[in-house]
Ligand binder design. Structure first.
Ligand code: DAH
Length: 369
């Protein structure tokens, strides 16, 4: 074997034996770098007779190309090995259950939200969403509650100073919506009947005690069609409440009430048993007020360009936080918004405990408790 063949074999052996990319690079530099063994050989070409130079030059260039190819192949091999090792070490078993101490919980209000959407969706209602910051037209005026209407005092409104460079202008100020009823207007402005929507969302009033927080959640409902009656309202809400509280029998009553945007108006009570330590829904001789409702006032339809001679409808609104308190036995509303993980661990739900009318609303995945 010629010297050059020996050198080639030696370098090939080095390439074959290296274990990492750094060592491979060292081998490359020692062979093909500026002062590498092969480079040094190439430098000797200059002093050779022409015939020998041609033959030796050819040979050495072939060897150089072969070594380069071998180094490239080895590099590829080492990189693939490295990647595989990395993938192996970083593998995650997505089927493993979450560690309980890091597991998140679904908030009871989110749970009730999902449950109500599941119930209403089954009845053919669409979900409508709208802004928390409202103008007074949508929050009050179009809901048959003009400025100075006494009913405005029923709600402790937060007004927003739209333009701080000017004096506060109460009549034109925006508000953070006091009721999701504003979505009745936004829906009817966009869409002609038949309408069947619910609008769940945040609402705001200046109030704070065990059953009131400045931000709370309501769900609004609106049905408008040519032949919608009070009987539909009663039947619909009766079915919804039975489904929500997951009971077969539920005494209900509708008490006459007043809301500016409905005529006639009513409040719905459900039967319950109140004892010192317990509240049982669906049994006993006590009553619990659960929502406000009524037949949409003709003025409200008119304000949205819907002819009250042709169409009529019903509306209702209820507090989702209150429903969560009643269904899941949570005594103080203020704790809902304290972001205390211990509270959430106790009252929250697991992520897989989703609500559906076919697999069950609250008892399918098991409560976190
Ligand atoms: N917006 C009312 C409130 O916040 C609740 C309500 C009552 C909504 C009657 C309605 C309704 O749609 O018909 O107190």
């Amino acid at each position: 074997m010629s010297d050059i063949e020996i050198i080639k074999t030696e370098i090939e052996a080095q390439i074959a034996s290296v274990q990492d990319i750094k060592a491979l690079d060292d081998v490359r530099v020692a062979a093909l770098g500026k002062k590498g063994r092969i480079t040094e050989l190439l430098k000797t070409l200059g002093g050779m007779p022409v015939a020998e130079r041609i033959e030796f030059g050819k040979k050495i260039n072939v060897i150089k190309a072969e070594l380069e190819a071998k180094i490239a192949a080895k590099k590829q091999e080492l990189e693939t090995k490295l990647l595989n090792e990395k993938l192996k070490s970083e593998v995650i078993d997505v089927t493993l259950p979450c560690r309980p101490e890091v597991q998140g919980r679904i908030h009871p209000v989110s749970k009730v939200y999902e449950e109500l959407v599941a119930i209403f969706a089954e009845m053919g209602f669409e979900v409508a969403e709208g802004p928390d910051i409202e103008d007074q037209f949508h929050n009050f005026n179009a809901l048959n509650t003009p400025p100075n209407h006494p009913a405005r005092q029923m709600q402790d409104t937060f007004y927003i100073n739209n333009d701080v460079s000017k004096e506060f202008d109460l009549d034109n100020a925006y508000v953070v919506r006091t009721q999701t009823s504003s979505m009745q207007i936004r829906t009817m402005e966009k869409k002609q009947p038949p309408i069947r929507i619910i609008a769940p969302g945040r609402t705001y009033r200046s109030d704070y005690d065990a059953t009131h927080t400045p931000m709370f959640h309501q769900i609004e409902g609106l049905v408008v069609d040519k032949t919608t009656t009070l009987a539909h309202l009663k039947g619909c809400l009766y079915d919804v409440m039975k489904a929500f509280f997951e009971v077969d029998e539920l005494p209900v009553r509708f008490r006459p009430s007043y809301f500016p945007f409905t005529e006639p108006s009513a409040e719905m009570d459900i039967g319950c048993l109140k004892t010192k330590n317990e509240l049982k829904i669906g049994a006993g001789t006590d009553w619990l007020e659960i929502l406000g409702c009524g037949m949409v006032h003709p003025n409200v339809l008119r304000a949205c360009g819907i002819d009250p001679e042709e169409y009529q409808g019903f509306a209702f609104g209820m507090g989702m936080d209150r429903l969560a308190m009643l269904k899941y036995g949570i005594p103080d509303l203020r704790t809902f918004f304290e972001s205390d993980v211990r509270w959430l661990k106790n009252y929250g739900f697991t992520a897989l405990d989703f609500s559906s009318m076919t697999s069950g609303l609250s008892n399918n995945g098991g409560l976190a408790r």
